[in-house]
Design a protein around this ligand. Structure first.
Ligand code: GDP
Ligand code: MG
Length: 660
């Protein structure tokens, strides 16, 4: 049997899906869109379960809604499990009223029943089942209650489904008229869509003029537009059902309300937020993170040395050893060193998410972000982005509106990530006495550029106003260990797989470019390498921002594509320091690489590195979220274009001022 799992966001779909399917799952994308597709077999059965995207309605406005309804209409699952948050039935049943119009059998899984008592709610599921004409089972996906009963209900297969008339007579009559002319399945569903003038169904039935008459009759009767009328009547139906089936007892002052008095307090919200984020950074990119990075780093070095010794013993050629150790192991190792940091960051973020804090702080900043076309939901990627852009770009998935999400994906890399900090620190320390002012100025600049770019992008490219509404705040919850473990594992693995493959390929490419000259002789000096040649050829691009023709600067900027921390090490290597590259402007001044810069051009170069296309890992992540090479190229060019223009402007204006 083919079973679709459908429900609102945060109704517990993922929890139930994981519980029912165990570990045998396939994850991919729905054809043509970047919406995630998960499917798996329900344990010990032949039933395939397909997790549809979290949605509130079956209208055609978002790609999630389109995916879901195309699946229901075209793939015709044998059964739909409609999962509902039992603690907010009113909101959830709206989608159910639309599902009820399909021919498909439905089982409503009333989830989160473990919370009912605490909230003083009681639900009569038999009555609800009668009202809706479908099967209803109470469950708790988290506490694993009622799952056997749910599976039994599914297995019975003898579920009946009664068509319920949920609209007022005049609408029902019009629907009957349309149904008579339809020859397809799902007549009732399609009839409603035809009446609503849904763009996908306008030519499915009667002559247009007859439909127009029906629509006009309904609209005249209620003096409103037909989509609105249908939505209202659905909502009225839901309210009536709720009144019959749900009893609300006295509610004690909830913990959530009390906590909100603190976390959403006008004066306390921001300081608490800053403190929490500071803690997150202390743990992930701060002391603990640095420690884990060093640990993995020494592991990678040990592994590289071992492989080197082993290959040397075997008598392997120089270039083979170098390809493996300097190219592949070093490149992939660079990714691996970030993994522990990322795991800590992922844990912190999923904790903030599942406890309900993240939605609150997004809500708090929502009004502000709306002013430049984004919403509170973009805040999270921006915060995470100051650690690393890769997981940050992955968190944009919580933004439902496609255009708003795309804009956020493009802007996230503008936040100075932890790998860009060493560049800033090194240059700022060497060229400026008050280096902290420089650092702060760069952060402020990035905020200004993000705001300007957001306004421009939302006006000209990813058009629209934010319509990702954060309508209802979830309860504060204690996190579940299994959920966190699984979420962190999925994100980490996805990072390792994607960033790992991209970085591996690019590392090999850069290794080839550094190790060979144009005649393909191995082991040449860096100045004669292909990379230097490319650097020379492209030096004119950097002329306006550095003020001289300089291949080393070009090359280090190109290397920055692999990983931003490469900018520093690459400059050092090129300058003739193949040895251990530690920080220290001294080394750089001795080798003369800093001679290429003056304070103005150094600042311009920092700005360029701050805003230009991020590392390959982040470009890979952008590509995954955009789901299109064209959009990815556009983003990379947009970012690099802004970086270049800004850097040139700064150098130009700065140099002029210096002359005066
Ligand atoms: P999805 O967005 O529909 O995939 O929902 P998730 O499965 O991600 O669940 C959202 C949140 O609700 C998570 O924090 C879950 O731990 C929690 N949750 C899911 N099912 C239950 C339940 O039965 N009871 C309680 N108390 N929490 C649940
Ligand atoms: Mg989910």
């Amino acid at each position: 049997m083919k079973i679709a799992l459908i429900g609102n966001q945060n109704s517990g779909k993922t929890t139930l899906f994981n519980l029912l399917t165990g570990s045998n799952q396939k994850i991919g994308n729905w054809p043509g869109v970047t919406v995630e597709k998960k499917s798996g077999y329900i344990k010990n059965t032949e039933h395939e379960l397909i997790d549809l995207p979290g949605i509130y309605s079956l209208s055609p406005y978002t790609s999630e809604e389109k995916v879901s309804r195309n699946f229901l209409l075209e793939e015709k699952p044998d059964l739909v499990i409609n999962i509902i948050d039992a603690t907010s039935i009113e909101r959830s049943l709206y989608l159910t009223t639309q599902l009820m119009e399909l021919d498909t059998k439905i089982v409503v899984a009333l989830n989160m029943c473990d919370l009912l008592e605490k909230k003083g709610l009681s639900i009569d599921e038999n009555l609800l089942s009668k009202q809706l004409g479908v099967g209803v089972v109470k469950i708790s996906a988290l506490k694993k209650k009622g799952i056997d009963e749910l599976i039994n209900t599914i297995n019975k297969g003898s579920l009946t489904k009664k068509t319920k008339q949920i609209y007022e007579p005049i609408v029902e009559e019009s629907l009957e008229e349309i149904i008579k002319t339809l020859k397809t399945d799902n007549k009732r569903f399609i009839a409603v869509k035809v009446l609503e003038q849904d763009e996908d169904f306008t030519d499915k039935s009667l002559k247009t003029n007859k439909i127009e008459k029906l629509i006009k009759k309904v609209e005249d009767n209620y003096d409103s537009d037909v989509e609105q009328i249908i939505a209202n009547q659905r909502y009225n139906f839901v309210v009536k059902v709720k009144e019959k089936c749900v009893v609300q007892k006295q509610k004690p002052a909830s913990v959530t309300d009390k906590l909100d008095k603190v976390f959403l307090n006008k004066w306390l919200a921001i300081p608490i937020f800053v403190a929490i984020m500071a803690l997150v950074y202390y743990l992930s990119v701060g002391v603990v993170g640095t420690y884990t990075v060093d640990l993995v780093d020494s592991g990678v070095t040990w592994f590289s040395d071992t492989v080197n010794a082993w290959l040397t013993n075997l008598g392997a050629s120089d270039w083979a050893i170098s390809l493996l150790c300097d190219g592949m192991i070093a490149g992939v190792g660079a990714v691996l060193t970030f993994v522990p940091q990322l795991i800590i960051l992922f844990i912190c973020i999923v904790l903030l998410e599942t406890t309900g804090y993240m939605s609150r702080i997004s809500f708090f900043f929502d009004r502000l972000f709306r002013k430049f076309g984004l919403s509170g939901k973009s805040l999270i990627p921006f915060i995470v982005g100051s650690g690393c852009a890769v997981p940050a770009i992955m968190t944009t998935r919580t933004i439902e509106d496609e255009n708003e999400k795309n804009a956020t994906v493009m802007l996230t890399p503008f936040i100075p990530c932890s790998a860009k900090l060493p560049i800033i620190a090194l240059f700022a320390n060497y060229f400026f006495t008050n280096s902290w002012i420089v650092t702060v100025s760069l952060y402020l600049l990035s905020i200004v550029i993000i705001i300007i770019s957001a306004i421009l992008l939302r006006k000209f490219v990813y058009k629209g106003k934010s319509n990702t509404f954060i309508s209802e705040l979830p309860e504060y919850k204690l996190p579940s260990f299994r959920y966190i473990a699984r979420d962190v594992w999925e994100k980490t693995w996805s990072f390792m797989k994607r960033a790992g493959t991209v970085i591996l390929l690019c590392s090999i490419a850069i290794w080839v470019l550094v190790s060979f000259d144009w005649t393909f002789t191995y082991g040449v000096d860096v100045e004669k390498s292909i990379l230097a040649g490319i650097g020379n050829a492209l030096a004119w691009i950097f002329y306006p921002m550095v003020g001289s023709y300089n291949w080393a600067v070009t090359v280090s900027a190109i290397q920055g594509l692999v990983a931003k921390e490469q900018v520093i090490s690459s400059m050092a290597v090129i300058a003739g320091l193949a040895e251990e590259v530690t920080e220290g402007a001294l080394i750089f001044s001795q080798t003369g690489i800093f001679g290429f810069f003056n304070p103005v051009s150094a600042y311009a170069f920092m700005v360029f590195n701050l805003f230009s296309a991020p590392c390959f890992g982040a470009i890979g992540a952008m590509h995954r979220e955009f789901g299109s090479a064209k959009k990815t190229w556009f983003a990379v060019l947009f970012q690099t274009g802004i970086a270049w223009a800004l850097a040139c402007l700064i150098n130009g204006v700065g140099s002029l001022i210096m002359l005066l």
